[in-house]
Design a protein around this ligand. Structure first.
Ligand SMILES: NC(=O)C1=CN([C@@H]2O[C@H](COP(=O)(O)OP(=O)(O)OC[C@H]3O[C@@H](n4cnc5c(N)ncnc54)[C@H](O)[C@@H]3O)[C@@H](O)[C@H]2O)C=CC1
Length: 442
């Protein structure tokens, strides 16, 4: 921990990082988490708003309105240089980490494919927002809380930082110098401290993970199952959020799933899982899991939640299993007891893929404020046909609605473009992080 200069990957010393030791601030808490993995917050398209005080380091040093800070410029230069060889830089980073700190290997899954990408994305996201205190803090706090389930400890952060610097120095040779290194050290120090603090604060009130017994497993199609679990301790979440879960068959491999129900009085939680090719977790959950099996849940996360202080209608686009959190939002509105229009466009490729249409139509029958429209994109149908965003454009007007988009990343992207194109303010469009959705596809 106290290494005022650290050898970089190629044997050079990495300059003057200060006498305090690398990537630690005096007074830093000892607390849980592990290494960055990537859990960008659900977001409004217009950009999330943070609520915590300014973090140390470059984020507070820069004045966003005045353009990028000197540290941000140096960091961006490094990122631009390593981008073409990002895969190699990440492999190199892990090789360094496991060589220098073999004890950390046990915290990672046996196969590192997705983990590699997620770490890199998380660091890029953090570095990209180095001048944006609010976004950085919100993003990293969530990341720090989410890392408790891996058994991460604050002592692991310096090791990660040292190897990150080693990999950057090796792959950004043209832009790497003492100034760039000092900028990265400041940024990483701020990044890790926010994560450590958030994890320590979270540990005061929440477990690092929950065990949950599968109490029902319902096959809806040959590759889609609705899995219902009972957590071992009270699990508090909001409709529209998601969590990460780990199965007993793939230890340390965590995947994100949205809750398909609003909080229930009996405490049960449900997920819609589609088995995708080469999807270890999804295939295990659909084809192998049975009642009585026990999985682990991480904390709830995401902000695709209903603002109950607003009278706006809800325009919901749910594509494929993306209908899961939309169903939760409908239940949430119903429980709140206030009538506000909810228009759901439920997209699928073929009629047979509308695996939850009966539930949605039942809800429509019960609630006069709810309109459910199935939309088929690739096959014959007696109802609406086409891509979800194009169909939604034909309805409306949507000027007194907030939009909620859930489904494949491509659908979310084109949905956002369409809605912004027809004049919906970006800050009224909500969806989960596209990075997380892409990383969690298996
Ligand atoms: N919170 C969220 O956003 C959630 C997202 N998902 C994601 O939803 C996806 C569901 O997969 P499947 O059921 O196989 O969906 P799918 O590939 O069968 O597509 C579902 C619907 O989305 C439309 N769509 C797909 N790509 C599109 C594009 N580029 N532009 C416009 N429309 C497009 C299809 O036409 C269809 O109507 C997965 O990627 C999963 O990760 C699932 C649950 C929650």
């Amino acid at each position: 921990m106290n290494a005022p200069t650290t050898p970089s990957a190629d044997g050079r010393t990495t300059g003057d990082a200060g006498e305090r030791g690398w990537f630690t601030r005096p007074g830093a808490h000892e607390g849980p988490p592990r290494l960055p993995e990537g859990a960008a917050p659900s977001r409004r398209t217009g950009g999330p708003a943070g609520r915590r005080p300014a973090p140390p380091g470059p984020a507070s040093a820069g004045a966003p309105a005045a353009g990028p800070s000197p540290d941000a410029l140096l960091i961006r230069r490094t990122l631009a240089e390593i981008e073409p060889s990002a895969d190699k830089a990440v492999s190199y980073f892990y090789a360094l980490l496991f060589l220098r700190h073999p004890g950390l290997r046990a915290l990672f899954p046996a196969a590192m494919d997705t983990q590699r990408d997620r770490l890199f994305r998380a660091l890029l996201t953090a570095a990209r927002h180095v001048d944006d205190t609010a976004t950085l803090t919100e993003y990293l706090s969530q990341l720090g809380r989410g890392h408790r389930k891996y058994g991460t400890e604050s002592a692991h952060y310096p090791a990660v930082g040292e190897c990150l610097i080693g990999a950057l120095a090796h792959y950004a040779r043209d832009s790497w110098n003492a100034d760039a290194e000092a900028a990265w050290v400041r940024a990483y120090t701020a990044i890790s401290q926010i994560m450590i603090d958030a994890a320590a604060e979270d540990a005061r009130t929440s477990p690092a993970w929950w065990q949950a017994e599968i109490v029902s497993h319902e096959s809806r199609t040959p590759d889609i199952a609705v899995v219902t679990v009972r957590p071992d301790r009270p699990y508090s979440f909001r409709a529209g959020q998601y969590t990460s879960l780990e199965t007993p068959w793939w230890p340390r491999v965590w995947r994100n799933y949205s809750f398909s129900c609003a909080p229930r009085p009996d405490g049960l939680l449900s997920f819609h899982v589609k088995a995708v090719p080469a999807g270890w977790v999804s295939r295990a959950l659909v084809h192998r899991a049975r009642p009585g099996d026990v999985i682990r849940l991480g904390p709830p996360t995401g902000s695709m939640t209903v603002d109950h202080g607003s009278d706006n209608g809800l325009l919901c686009l749910g594509g494929g299993t993306g209908i899961a959190p939309i169903k939760a939002l409908v239940e949430d509105v119903a429980r709140h007891g206030r009538s506000r229009p909810v228009d759901v466009f439920y997209g699928a490729r073929h009629n047979d893929d509308l695996y939850d249409i009966d539930t949605m139509l039942r809800l429509q029958k019960t609630h006069r404020w709810l309109m459910v429209r199935p939309v088929i994109s690739d096959g014959p149908t007696l109802g609406l046909s086409g891509q979800l965003p194009q169909v939604v454009r034909k309805y409306g007007p949507w000027n007194s609605y907030d939009a909620y988009l859930s489904g494949p990343p491509g659908m979310i992207r084109s949905g956002v473009d369409t809605l912004v194109g027809i004049g919906m303010p970006a800050d009224r469009i909500r969806h989960d992080s596209l990075d997380e959705l892409t990383a969690s596809a298996t």
